[in-house]
Design a protein around this ligand. Structure first.
Ligand code: GDP
Ligand code: MN
Length: 337
């Protein structure tokens, strides 16, 4: 029964929370990697770097998720990279496909307009499924239920530096909930989220109790909340506490967004959805920017500076750092503290 399952899972969680590996303390945490069989080369590259730069010493598990079953060849190539536990999961259809109640005529027309506007992934239904899954479903997958913290990894990203401490334990010990590797603003994506901010304001008016007192609204808006400045944390790098997504505020917020159909009638992304929620429903002190983690997702990179760079044996050029370019929102992030 469901209550037995929940009991079982929280039992597992206690065991995992107290887990030690090789004599050192470990958090209840996992890597999360959504990908397709065809992503194999990029998946191998990303996992190899994470293992060599960090996880070799920690053996945090990997959870790989796919909307189709992983092939044996895929599993074999990934399994060769690590001694840590690896779990391969298939996503249930109801967490992935466009729901029946979405008016496909309206959704199809919206996609067509975005193709004319040359908006990236504007005509893609699978991309919308992916954004919706990352916004509201991944943390409910049965393979992720036992865990609290996750680190999201994507194909073909780069981890430039040694990570000589445990970012999961950092999150836990410093009481952090959402951590980013990147901030970015992109004018191009305004058309993909036309009504997202107004929808969010509607939610806030109906549910003011969820808005944190010392929130990070100043990161999202330059005019006290009237308009959204398009700044977001780039969600291809995230270390966060899934209990936040599973909690009341975010669950209600996601259900509200879902009810508006904007994941399909527009092209709402998990990056703005996560960024808005983390910035409004959390205290700004629960956010953290990992400045010391060198990271690249095409076409941008964050390269650590100064001592962080040399200590981490970073394989990036410190002068090639997105933080100093106009499209970075790090100024907005810094100014809220
Ligand atoms: P971008 O970073 O916004 O350009 O989008 P990506 O193509 O990198 O997709 C984001 C993540 O979702 C990556 O980890 C992809 O492997 C994964 N992804 C995207 N589309 C699909 C899909 O249709 N099926 C599966 N299983 N994964 C997908
Ligand atoms: Mn990507």
């Amino acid at each position: 029964s469901l209550s037995r399952l929940v009991e079982q899972l929280s039992l597992n969680r206690t065991i995992l929370t107290d887990a030690y590996y090789d004599g050192h303390r470990r958090a209840n945490a996992t890597f999360v990697f959504l990908c397709r069989n065809s992503d194999i080369a990029g998946v191998v590259s990303s996992i190899q770097q994470m293992e060599d730069r960090f996880n070799r010493k920690h053996q945090y598990p990997w959870v790989l998720l796919n909307d189709e079953p992983f092939t044996d060849d895929f599993k074999k190539r990934v399994s060769a990279l690590t001694d840590a536990p690896i779990h391969f999961g298939t996503i249930p259809k109801e967490h992935w496909v466009q729901p029946d109640w979405i008016d496909e005529k309206k959704a199809g027309a919206a996609r067509k307009v975005m193709v004319w506007q040359r908006i990236i992934y504007g005509g893609s239904v699978p991309y919308r499924n992916m954004c919706r899954f990352n916004s509201g479903f991944f943390y409910r997958h049965e393979l992720l239920l036992p865990y609290k913290y996750y680190w999201r990894v994507e194909p073909d990203v780069k981890f430039f530096c040694d990570i000589d401490y445990d970012p999961f334990l950092f999150m836990q010990d410093k009481n952090k909930t959402y951590a980013l590797g990147f901030t970015i603003t992109m004018e191009e994506f305004r058309e993909t989220i036309t009504t997202l901010w107004d929808t969010t304001k509607e939610f806030m008016v109906e549910n003011p109790q969820y808005v944190a007192e010392d929130n990070a609204l100043g990161f999202l808006s330059n005019d006290g909340g009237i308009s959204y400045n398009l700044c977001h944390y780039w969600s291809n790098f995230e270390i966060a506490d899934m209990d936040f997504w599973r909690g009341e505020a975010y669950s209600k917020y996601f259900d509200f967004l879902e009810s508006k159909g904007g994941f399909y009638y527009e092209r709402w992304g998990d990056a703005p959805v996560h960024s808005i929620a983390a910035s409004l429903f959390l205290s700004k002190h629960q956010l953290h920017f990992f400045r010391d983690i060198g990271y690249r997702h095409e076409p941008f990179q964050h390269c650590p500076q100064g001592d962080d760079w040399s200590r981490g044996r970073c394989a990036c050029n410190p002068d090639d750092n997105f933080d100093y370019t106009p499209a970075s929102c790090i100024k907005n992030f810094d100014r809220i503290f």
